[in-house]
Design a binder for this molecule. Structure first.
Ligand code: TMP
Length: 243
């Protein structure tokens, strides 16, 4: 029988997750909260049970990615709100992969949302609340001594692989993977592991038939009630559970 995982000390609290140490120095417990935020936390609400949904959605997707042979921080789900993960030092960069023009790319470049991108675009954002997570390029990231060119190449190759795998995984569930954001960390052996979460908070999902937005965007633009947001997240979970 598996021993019970005990939360030791709160290591970090983010906008939607808390990270605790465990008895094992190489493992952490990640707990999903019920908060939903946008615009760097300026807009914030609590949606009862949203954390349970994101924990389950992230678990299903990370299990699949692990199964496909990509190394991630995910070990297993412990309960409704918590998962056990390998402890990593997070690299303070957000990587966005775009298959279809939407969101900030559409605004920045003045291109209509919905246009297909034949060669997926990778973007790098510097995780820095004070600077509001600016878009940077590889050279800035290396200059800031956050990462090396070699590590960036490793990450781009993981992103490309992951994007191909996930596009197909979601399409089989009638979901178009428009774009997503992901983060990486380094374990005690200095290996780069795909980390963070993968959920409607961090991806744009459009319904294949109706193009309805099945992600956090309706909250970002302030169109939906809490129950409607929860329904969207439940719809994604329902589709992931159909194999
Ligand atoms: P963007 O179009 O606003 O740059 O967002 C690109 C993708 O990244 C989208 O799927 C939403 C996700 N995202 C996050 O997960 N966290 C963030 O803080 C932001 C701005 C976007």
């Amino acid at each position: 029988m598996r021993s019970r995982i005990i939360k030791n000390k709160l290591l970090l609290e983010g906008k939607t997750k808390k990270i605790y140490t465990t008895k094992n120095t190489f493992e952490v417990l990640i707990q999903y909260k019920d908060s939903i935020t946008a615009f760097n936390g300026l807009k914030k609400k609590f949606i009862q049970d949203k954390g349970i949904l994101n924990n389950e959605i992230t678990t299903l997707i990370f299990k699949f990615i692990n199964y496909c042979g990509i190394k991630t921080h995910f070990i297993r789900k412990i309960n409704n709100r918590e998962q056990l993960c390998h402890k990593v030092d997070m690299i303070p960069l957000e990587f966005v992969v775009r298959n279809i023009v939407a969101g900030s790319m559409s605004k920045r470049l003045g291109i209509k949302e919905g246009i297909q991108i034949l060669n997926p675009i990778f973007e790098v954002f510097y995780k820095n609340d004070k600077l509001k997570d600016p878009l940077i390029n590889d050279h800035h990231a290396v200059f800031l001594e956050i990462i090396s060119y070699e590590e960036l190449n490793t990450i781009y190759s993981i992103l490309s692989n992951m994007n191909n795998i996930l596009k197909k995984y979601f399409l089989d569930k009638n979901i178009i993977l428009v774009d997503f954001k992901i983060e990486f960390g380094k374990n005690h052996k200095n290996e780069i592991l795909l980390s963070d979460e993968i959920s409607p908070d961090t991806c744009r999902f459009w319904d294949k038939k109706t193009m309805k937005k099945l992600d956090k965007d309706p909250f970002r633009i302030g169109l939906k009630k809490k129950e409607e947001i929860l329904d969207i997240y439940m719809e994604i979970l329902k589709r992931l559970n159909v194999s």
